[in-house]
Write a protein that binds this ligand. Structure first.
Ligand SMILES: NC(=O)c1ccc[n+]([C@@H]2O[C@H](COP(=O)([O-])OP(=O)(O)OC[C@H]3O[C@@H](n4cnc5c(N)ncnc54)[C@H](OP(=O)(O)O)[C@@H]3O)[C@@H](O)[C@H]2O)c1
Length: 364
């Protein structure tokens, strides 16, 4: 009864906004079967921006012929999920919505037209949103098989962070063996993935820059050859000393602001800097003369956008991440695991800079 009442309220809001029948919040309200008993699943929901998420039951949607229903086991927490719930993400969502861009789980049901995947398969998937729930309806094109030896937690940590790290290092910066890579927020989700891929796949030398000694030590344990705690020292001066005035070949920056500027100044001749994010909250501007003087390239990166613009590149980053993990060449770092009901605590853990590696929501 509680579910029906909630469905009425939220469904009304969605119809008012002209939402489609596929939206789980409105699903069933426009069908004659609405008043019949319906299966429900728990979902984290952003009802209002900048307010705590609520975890509530929503009705299961009907499966279309080309879709796959997933029982979600784990969902990775991304900075983008938090920004979306604060109304600050570049891609705006209409309320209410469920965050969650990556997941691992089991196939519960397949649509009539789906042949490549069957019930019971363990899969990893990406989505723009909606995965922080017990169930998710997926496009099979965006699912990858989880190798036997890879856990649900590790699998959920692969798509966004490793996809981004591989895209940044391999496709954008064209990192070569023996080159030096400086990564900021190096103990974060993207940061540690960059340390892992740069060191263990590309055989580059990584300088890990992070906001505490503990975070630097973690990055060193994961393969970095030097750590710089930028909360106590000048990043540019430290990199200068470490590289004997030469500078680094590649910078992967997820912080922005002054850290980005110091990292830009730390580049060597023909260096490449990849703009990945602005976790510090300030979007820096680039003095073009710096690019000119040292023949530097500044490269933007938006991993999710490749899904629409260049699917083969997008897909190859995830296939590589799964393969590297299967071969034991990379090892995602799961810094903390929260239950679905603890989603607000999980978000706070990241925004308060307490997290290391990937924060995962364990769902079922
Ligand atoms: N462009 C893309 O396709 C793409 C893909 C993935 C991620 N991103 C972006 O990359 C950034 C990092 O994402 P992530 O998921 O990997 O997060 P994360 O690194 O796990 O967490 C954020 C880290 O940023 C650092 N930070 C510096 N100033 C901060 C502040 N004021 N508030 C919070 N954190 C601050 C902290 O590390 P220290 O304490 O070490 O400074 C913190 O641990 C985000 O901006 C995200 O949107 C972009």
């Amino acid at each position: 009864m509680e579910l029906l009442r909630w469905s009425f309220a939220v469904g009304r809001a969605f119809r008012h906004m002209g939402c489609s029948r596929r939206n789980p919040f409105g699903e069933g309200l426009q069908s004659p079967s609405f008043l019949q008993p319906q299966r429900a699943y728990r979902s984290a929901i952003c009802m209002e921006v900048n307010k705590p998420l609520v975890v509530q039951d929503v009705p299961s949607a009907l499966l279309q012929p080309h879709e796959v229903r997933i029982r979600v086991r784990c969902c990775g927490v991304n900075f983008a999920d938090i920004l979306a719930c604060q109304g600050l993400y570049q891609e705006k969502r209409s309320l209410p919505f469920t965050p969650g861009m990556e997941f691992s789980g089991d196939v519960m049901e397949t649509g009539k037209a789906v042949t490549a995947i069957k019930e019971g398969d363990r899969v990893i998937g990406v989505t723009g949103t909606s995965a922080m729930a017990e169930e998710y309806i997926a496009d099979p094109k965006l699912l990858w098989t989880i190798p036997k030896q890879v856990s649900y937690e590790d699998a959920a940590a692969l798509p966004v962070s490793y996809g981004t790290a591989i895209l940044a290092l391999e496709h954008r910066a064209q990192t070569q063996p023996g080159e030096t890579v400086l990564v900021t927020a190096a103990a974060g989700a993207t940061g540690l993935a960059v340390v892992d891929v740069a060191t263990h796949i590309l055989k580059a030398k990584v300088i890990a820059a992070a906001g505490s000694d503990g975070k630097c030590n973690l990055a060193l344990q994961k393969g970095a050859f030097h750590g710089v705690n930028y909360s106590g020292t000048n990043l540019r001066e430290e990199v200068k000393k470490l590289t004997v005035n030469k500078g680094v070949d590649v910078v992967i920056d997820t912080v922005g602001g002054d850290i980005f500027k110091e990292a830009l100044h730390s580049l060597a001749w023909e260096g490449r800097i990849v703009v990945v994010g602005f976790a510090g909250g300030t979007i820096p501007s680039i003095p073009a003369n710096l690019l000119l003087l040292k023949n530097i390239s500044a490269l933007g990166l938006f991993w999710g956008r490749y899904r629409e613009q260049d699917f083969p590149v997008f897909s190859s980053t995830l296939s590589s991440a799964v393969l590297y993990c299967q071969e034991g060449r990379i090892q995602p770092h799961i810094g903390a695991v929260f239950r679905l009901e603890e989603v607000n605590e999980a978000f706070a853990h990241v925004t308060q800079r307490k997290s290391t590696g990937k924060v995962v929501i364990s769902i079922t």
